[in-house]
Design a binder for this molecule. Structure first.
Ligand SMILES: Nc1ncnc2c1ncn2[C@@H]1O[C@H](COP(=O)(O)OP(=O)(O)O)[C@@H](O)[C@H]1O
Ligand SMILES: [Mg+2]
Length: 258
């Protein structure tokens, strides 16, 4: 499909990193060449999922202009027993690196946007990835908005918490509108689990569609078994027939045709 997709949200803990790793897995198992980028430099997560050894270059180096993206990608296909091609670019999780990324100013962020645009082109055109998924920090700081600006599609993950809905509405209608982005909303952690009916889901879609004025491409219930799993065990890979994985496959298909 050749797409750079960001996964973003207004608040933290909505499930961005979780969905990013699982969607990357789903696409890879379909035979696509997939790249997952941990661009949440404030709270890196994907190293816990993929447990890379000997990372020589981080995405931080690419953002600082000290490395090319190909230097920092690690082949993590073994995680899915080589049933697909899945590469990951990791964020440096050291305290110094996190502090360094938080302290960047406007000028650096402007340069970083150019670097993300180059990185997108390199990944899709030079390295021939079919899909790149960028996991980002929550909120409206420049680093995340840069990744959104560079994306072909932005997935915004929202829970049903009032404060999340309020912030997400503002973020989409005030910020995303300006960039004219293709936005797809995923509602995650909807209370109901297995018992959630299609009617309940469509009521959620109808209510939120009005506020967000963007397509809602999935409502994922809160499942205890999802929350209980260790990060290092990718749910979609280990539970391919679970309704959560089936819904994620539908979301993946919708993103492809956006
Ligand atoms: N649908 C779900 N049901 C239950 N737990 C979930 C669901 N989606 C995500 N989680 C859990 O929520 C937690 C936070 O997710 P995470 O992806 O780290 O959020 P974010 O990256 O947006 O901060 C993780 O422990 C994850 O297992
Ligand atoms: Mg995260």
């Amino acid at each position: 499909m050749k797409k750079f997709v960001t996964i973003h949200s207004f608040k933290g803990g909505t499930g961005k990193s979780y969905l990013a790793a699982n969607l990357a897995t789903i696409y890879a198992l379909q035979g696509k060449k997939v790249c997952l980028l941990d661009m949440d430099f404030r709270a890196p997560t994907q190293h816990i999922v993929f447990e890379p050894k000997n990372v020589k270059r981080w995405l931080n180096d690419v953002m600082n202009g000290n490395a090319e993206v190909e230097d920092c990608l690690i082949d993590c296909s073994e995680k899915i027993e080589n049933k697909g091609k899945l590469y990951v670019g990791f964020a440096d999780f050291s305290t110094e690196a996190i502090r360094d990324m938080i302290s960047k100013g406007r000028k650096w962020e402007t340069e970083a946007l150019q670097r993300i645009l180059v990185m997108r082109k390199d990944l899709l055109e030079k390295m021939n990835f079919d899909v790149c998924l960028a996991d980002t920090s929550p909120g409206i700081q420049y680093s995340s908005i840069n990744a959104v600006v560079a994306a072909d599609v932005a997935i915004v993950v929202s829970t049903l918490d009032d404060s999340d809905i309020y912030g997400t509405t503002k973020m989409i209608n005030e910020l995303y509108e300006v960039f004219q982005k293709k936005v797809a909303i995923v509602v995650n952690k909807a209370i109901g689990g297995c018992e959630m009916s299609d009617l309940e889901k469509s009521n959620i879609v109808n209510t939120l569609q009005e506020k967000y004025r963007q397509a809602i491409i999935g409502v994922l219930p809160c499942y205890c078994e999802v929350g209980k799993m260790k990060r290092a065990s990718i749910f979609a890979y280990n539970h391919p027939k679970h309704p959560f994985t089936e819904m994620l496959r539908m979301i993946a298909a919708k993103v492809e045709i956006l």
